[in-house]
Design a protein around this ligand. Structure first.
Ligand SMILES: Cc1ncc(COP(=O)(O)O)c(C=O)c1O
Length: 393
């Protein structure tokens, strides 16, 4: 039954910090109501400051950022791009736009990210088959960095660059203390992409960033993002580009959001701990682990439900929450199980089957928006607990 009067509790709605409207008004006053302008420049500079990535390009989406990154690496027909299977399709659709073949890697059970041992197996096999692997794309799943150091060590002998899909990982860290890097900012990564879609930890309503240590790559991507116009007074083109720049108005929102990034990470992590307390000790219910090598932003609190010992399936729990006007969502359906990628290869098998398939079958993302109060978390947890009792009765 839907409770029409109870406001819907969304999975991860936008949460403005308070200064965004003033910054948008400033952008209006400047009359840069365009895909370029002082707010875009300031947003790129503030993003570089926040992440430590020296060269940053603000774009219309994370998908556009990945498309430009792969284009700049020269990915094309006949090439192979290797990616995590447990991810959102935008990690890999750009490889498809460019005519490359995508090969998927199963998840590591301990981190839910790309399994480094399986990556080594894949690169060894593909190289021995004479395939040209142009890029490896690990996803920082649900705001937890992939194990960059191990992945880079594996890629180095094969000479394959790594593009981090840090779309979900703003504010996450790889490493601890003074040695920690911001997600996507670890030395040796070729480039990283970020998303400011409305559901992300900070948002511009829609937007993305391509960032790198490599100034030349970003210079080329910047040119491509503006229709690849050559430096001439007239319109001169020697290559084909795209129209991918971020609106100056949206960059103003991003500036306000960057101010509250660290507070948002702290709150997401607090929400995770509230769920942990409220759901402690339930048989068959576990949480996505946090890797020892870093600090997740806990973009979404994700639980795994073992239907047998819990007494209900994740889908039944999702439906019970939906009946109370609460949004939850299954974990990403692995790319190798998507009909559109039915012909693609998967490297898996370490545990006798695809780990990502199990995570999809058992995982559920709970409401994690940073405007939530502890009472909201307790309410969601209460429904999950009471549903379990009902399910067992
Ligand atoms: C893992 C991942 N990669 C890429 C994207 C694409 O970002 P965007 O929606 O900004 O194009 C998203 C989010 O939407 C994502 O979650």
């Amino acid at each position: 039954m839907t409770h029409a009067k109870t406001p819907r509790l969304f999975l991860s709605p936008p949460h403005m910090g308070g200064d965004e409207e003033r910054r948008v008004a400033e952008a209006f006053l400047s009359n840069y109501i365009a895909p370029l302008g002082p707010q875009v420049d300031a947003f790129e500079a503030a993003f570089a400051e926040a992440t430590g990535l020296p060269h940053c390009l603000a774009l219309s989406s994370g998908t556009a950022a990945m498309h430009l990154a792969l284009h700049c690496l020269g990915v094309g027909p006949g090439d192979v791009v290797v990616a995590s299977s447990l991810t959102f399709i935008a990690s890999v659709s750009p490889a498809h736009f460019l005519g490359a073949e995508v090969v998927f890697i199963d998840s590591d059970r301990a981190t839910w990210n790309m399994d480094p041992d399986l990556l080594r197996e894949a690169l060894t096999a593909l190289t021995s088959e004479g395939r040209r692997v142009k890029a490896v794309i690990p996803t920082d799943l649900y705001g937890q960095c992939a194990d960059y150091q191990r992945l880079l060590d594996i890629c180095a002998p094969f000479g394959v660059p790594v593009i981090a899909d840090a779309a979900e990982a703003m504010g996450a860290r790889y490493g601890h203390g003074d040695d920690a890097s911001h997600a996507g900012a670890f030395p040796g990564l070729k480039a990283s992409i970020f998303s400011f879609n409305g559901n992300k930890i900070i948002t511009t309503s829609g937007g993305g960033m391509l960032a790198s240590e490599d100034g030349e790559l970003i210079r080329h991507a910047r040119k491509l993002s503006q229709q690849a116009r050559e430096p001439a007074p007239h319109y001169e083109h020697v290559e084909i580009g795209y129209n991918y720049r971020l609106s100056n108005i949206l960059a103003a929102i991003g500036l306000g959001q960057l101010d509250v990034l660290e507070a948002r990470v702290a709150k997401r992590r607090q929400i995770f701990r509230w769920y942990e307390q409220a759901l402690a000790g339930l048989p068959g219910l576990t949480f996505m682990p946090e890797a020892a090598y870093g600090k997740s932003n806990r973009w979404l609190t994700v639980i795994e439900i073992d239907a047998q010992s819990f007494g209900a399936t994740p889908e039944a729990v999702r439906q019970a929450l939906e009946d109370e006007n609460i949004e939850s969502r299954p974990v990403w359906k692995p790319m190798h199980q998507q009909p559109v990628f039915a012909d693609c290869r998967l490297f898996s098998g370490k545990d006798g089957g695809a780990v990502a398939e199990e995570q999809f079958a058992r995982g559920l993302c709970l409401p994690s928006g940073t405007a939530m109060a502890q009472d909201d978390v307790v309410r969601v947890a209460g429904i999950i607990k009471s549903f379990r009792h009902k399910g067992r009765a």
